[in-house]
Design a protein around this ligand. Structure first.
Ligand SMILES: NC(=O)c1ccc[n+]([C@@H]2O[C@H](COP(=O)([O-])OP(=O)(O)OC[C@H]3O[C@@H](n4cnc5c(N)ncnc54)[C@H](O)[C@@H]3O)[C@@H](O)[C@H]2O)c1
Length: 346
């Protein structure tokens, strides 16, 4: 990795300081783990909209980890005080479930766009800022023409979540340009792993399937299950963010993916259990597959955890999904009614 300077435990006084927004969430909490392991001082900002304190509980006696319960979109809060002399900002806080964004675009805009501007403004006040890392989404590509999809592909968000993440990315790159801030945007593909989000809303496939499996319910496969996703393990994702942060590269956008794509049927096969089929959702691509040539070349990063290894780790820890909502055909139909109405059938 370029320019990395990792301090030792004996060097507490001048260890690096990082803010992780959304640090009580799925990906953010893994970023916190990595930074703590690297002996950074970490300030977590999260309003627990979807995050959980249990995700960061193992750091509660660590004096170098501070938790701030705050809504990043609240412009009246004095967030700057959390950014004093901060070296790195990892901005993960967002409303990240796709389906509910169709019913609640204003709340999504507030958290994902206004929240990002607020964090950019606060980060700008740090005199030591070395990198602002933004968690962007591959949903910006909509239904791509090219697979694997490279970064310069057309931007065509298909639903409000994707749109808010894209607009926020544009703000990040704009702040970089106008205020000379060292920013990078990391476009994650389908992230999976322990602590995968299981909020009350209908969400990503892993949380849904694992809760169904635990409760001996059939896995609700969307479409015919031949659609493929670029499933990337969460520790690889945060490793990519860290590599970008400590590199001397800025003002760049990177895809972060597994260099592969896997069908939902294959995932169901690895998990085992009964299957049932529900209608394919309009607006969703048949394939997501990142072209990761750029991140490999510029950052020397590559994914290390295979899909099969990742699924195995999740199955070994399946009890973590004991409290997750158990979806079935009917409740999914209800939760996706407005989605089908708004986006129509392809
Ligand atoms: N999981 C994926 O597959 C994936 C893919 C692409 C991009 N991303 C992006 O990565 C980031 C993290 O996603 P995740 O999957 O870990 O989701 P998550 O819901 O587990 O984490 C998001 C965190 O942000 C917090 N949050 C939401 N609104 C907030 C607000 N207004 N103020 C403060 N905190 C707030 C939530 O409480 C939660 O802890 C998001 O920005 C998401 O858009 C995720």
């Amino acid at each position: 990795m370029l320019g990395i300077k990792v301090k030792t435990m004996n060097n507490n006084d001048d260890s690096y300081r990082a803010v992780v927004t959304g640090g009580a969430g799925f990906i953010g909490s893994h970023m916190v783990d990595l930074l703590v392991k690297t002996n950074y001082e970490v300030i977590i900002i999260d309003n627990l909209a979807n995050g959980r304190l249990s995700n960061i509980e193992h750091h509660k006696n660590n004096s170098k980890v501070k938790f701030v319960n705050a809504d990043i979109s609240d412009y009246t809060l004095n967030l700057e005080q959390s950014f004093e002399d901060v070296d790195y900002v990892f901005h993960y806080a967002a409303l990240a479930d796709i389906v509910p964004s169709i019913n609640d675009p204003i709340t999504y805009h507030k958290a994902n766009v206004d929240g990002t501007i607020n964090i950019l403004q606060a980060a700008k006040t740090s005199k030591k800022l070395k990198k602002f890392v933004y968690a962007a989404s591959s949903s910006c590509y909509g239904i791509p023409d090219i697979y694997p999809t490279p970064e310069p592909s057309a931007i065509a968000p298909e639903y409000p979540y994707a749109h808010t993440k894209t607009v926020a990315e544009q703000y990040v790159m704009h702040w970089g340009q106008i205020y000379n801030m060292p920013v990078v945007s990391m476009r994650f593909f389908n992230v999976f792993g322990l602590r995968h989000r299981t909020s009350g809303t209908y969400g990503a496939v892993f949380g849904v399937f694992l809760a169904q499996l635990l409760n001996n319910q059939p896995l609700t496969i969307v479409g015919d299950g031949t659609q493929t996703r670029d499933f990337t393990y969460v520790t690889d994702i945060v490793d990519a963010c860290f590599s970008a942060a400590v590199s001397n590269i800025a003002q760049e956008i990177f895809n972060v993916g597994s260099d592969n794509t896997y069908s939902v049927n294959y995932l169901a096969e690895l998990l085992g259990g009964e299957k049932t089929y529900i209608p394919k959702r309009p607006g969703e691509p048949d394939c997501t597959h990142a072209d990761i040539t750029k991140i490999k070349e510029l950052l020397g990063w590559y994914p290390k955890v295979t899909f099969e290894e990742g699924v195995k780790m999740m199955l070994e820890n399946i009890n973590l999904w004991a409290d997750a909502p158990v979806w079935n055909k009917n409740s999914i139909e209800e939760a996706t009614k407005d989605w089908f109405e708004c986006l129509g059938n392809d």
